[in-house]
Design a protein around this ligand. Structure first.
Ligand code: 4AD
Ligand code: MG
Length: 477
């Protein structure tokens, strides 16, 4: 007798054989029909018990959430809704579940409630589908880079440089915070700390990835990054995963081509390989839409939206063009934007990004050549002396999903830009070395993994696409 998971039982031609399966009870109906799920697929397998031949005390323990072990014959199903079912010959309880206190009842729960029960929420259809898709996306990302000659590089998580300027950082220390060593005055003496200097959790692996691009050629990182911004929005996490490719001898146009090709590949991979979970989430979203007023409904289904991205070119627009569009837009003239755009140089807020993507262009947009002073110091200065070779990719419903740039490869220009914002050269001596020894044009970008998962699954809150979200005032589990 062989042990199978539910996916194998439902997809292989193994009828009329004795099988063994383990899983958790989703529902138990009429003292006869168990819907058993083991996470291998969205679907449950129906297990039919003959209640006359089963001990009553055992029957009582077949409750929602219980872990059970079943041995029986896999046969064609007489009932509707499934092709095969198991006629149970032997059933044992592996782990009981108290039906009165088990939080995941067979009914609709709110996402807020499920967030509080994040340790059990993957026992629901929605969260198991989301997390299987998250896993598949992660695989597709590695596959894309591996198939295209990139090396996977592990950037450090603890960093001694805080120069990236991408956001507030979390300090890493082994000092006794009740009793900090002081430097004469009231400044903390970090020379006494574990690393002999101040250290933080990284906000990005980019600067380190650049060193590897300038030796291995094409590399990418895929790891956790940390930002202590106090932004309690549906699109920000304090701990999130970022994919950062970095490529030597590639300019900004090559960077845009790479990002577009990469995003289309991973979405196509999901459309081809994860049809069941995707179809389920598509239907979920359509059902949710029906409860909303017409104006707030999605104009496309989830699958249509993904196909739209894979089948159409992203619109490439310079910052300057975007500002003109925004300045002349209805919401700007009617003062509907919270931040009115009246001058070149203004930073774009998510309301502006979403207007461009959702209302004006109605497709993914790559904005490039931003004003130097609203972007990071390492971005390559254009000949106009006021814009840099930055690019952001904006997606419908998400806003910014990718941020990247061609890097400043000229030593003197980079030093000037660092001096202008008081980054000491000693702190980034190794980064400057890349510009001293064999410098070359190079570029890269960062994709926020959870924002990609949101887009792919149609989930509207970033807390629902990462197993255990870290946000202000919340680090449960
Ligand atoms: O635009 P960002 O800050 O870019 C960088 O960190 C560069 N060093 C990347 C590079 O060029 N290698 O962040 C990149 C992406 C954003 O576009 C967004 O998708 C995501 O990371 N992101 C967040 N996702 C979730 N929560 C947050 N707090 C995020 N901050 C950025
Ligand atoms: Mg950005």
């Amino acid at each position: 007798m062989q042990q199978f998971n539910v996916l194998e039982l439902l997809s292989q031609d193994i009828k009329h054989t004795e099988v063994e399966v383990k899983g958790w009870v989703r529902t138990f109906r009429a003292n006869r029909f168990i819907a058993l799920n083991d996470g291998s697929t969205l679907k449950n397998i129906q297990c039919v018990v003959d209640f006359e031949s089963i001990d009553e005390s055992l029957l009582k323990r077949i409750t929602t959430g219980a872990a059970i072990h079943i041995i029986g014959d896999l046969v064609e199903s007489q009932g509707k809704g499934q092709t095969v079912e198991i006629q149970v010959k032997n059933l044992s309880i592996l782990g009981d579940s108290d039906p009165d206190t088990y939080p995941i009842q067979p009914k609709k729960h709110s996402f807020e409630f499920l967030r509080e029960n994040a340790h059990l929420r993957t026992r629901t259809n929605t969260f198991s589908a989301v997390m299987r898709l998250r896993s598949a996306l992660s695989f597709a990302i590695h596959k894309y880079f591996n198939d295209n000659g990139f090396y996977y590089m592990h950037a450090p998580i603890i960093t001694g440089s805080d120069a990236e300027g991408a956001g507030e950082m979390f300090k890493v220390t082994s000092l006794d915070i009740e009793n900090l060593p002081k430097n004469g005055g009231d400044k903390v003496d970090f020379s006494k700390d574990f690393f002999g200097k101040e250290t933080n959790l990284t906000v990005s692996g980019q600067l380190e990835a650049e060193t590897y691009a300038m030796s291995l050629g094409k590399v990418y990182t895929f790891g956790p990054t940390f930002r202590a911004e106090n932004s309690n929005t549906s699109r920000h996490l304090a701990e999130f995963w970022m994919i950062e490719p970095e490529v030597a001898f590639m300019d900004l146009t090559g960077n845009m081509d790479l990002a577009e090709d990469f995003l289309k590949y991973v979405l196509k991979y999901i459309l081809e390989n994860n049809t069941e979970d995707l179809a389920f989430l598509d239907k979920r979203l359509q059902d949710e839409d029906k409860t909303k007023p017409q104006a707030e409904r999605n104009s496309m289904t989830l699958i249509e939206k993904l196909k739209f991205v894979t089948d159409n070119n992203f619109k490439r627009v310079s910052y300057t063009e975007a500002i003109d569009i925004l300045r002349n837009s209805k919401p700007n003239k009617k003062k509907k934007f919270q931040y009115i755009i009246d001058e070149w140089g203004a930073d774009l807020q998510s309301e502006h990004e979403r207007f461009l993507v959702e209302k004006h262009f109605k497709c993914p947009v790559i904005l490039f050549d931003y004003p130097a002073n609203i972007k990071a110091f390492y971005m390559r200065l254009n000949d106009d002396g006021k814009t840099v070779r930055a690019m952001d990719i904006l997606f419908p419903g998400i806003g910014e999903i990718v941020g990247g740039a061609q890097r400043e490869e000229r030593l003197e220009v980079l030093k000037e830009k660092m001096a202008a914002i008081d980054i000491p050269e000693e702190e980034l001596w190794w980064y400057l070395d890349l510009r001293k020894f064999g410098t070359a044009v190079h570029s890269g970008f960062g994709l926020g993994f959870e924002r990609l998962v949101m887009f792919t699954t149609g989930m509207s809150n970033i807390r629902d696409v990462i197993p255990f979200p870290r946000t202000p005032q919340n680090a449960e589990f």
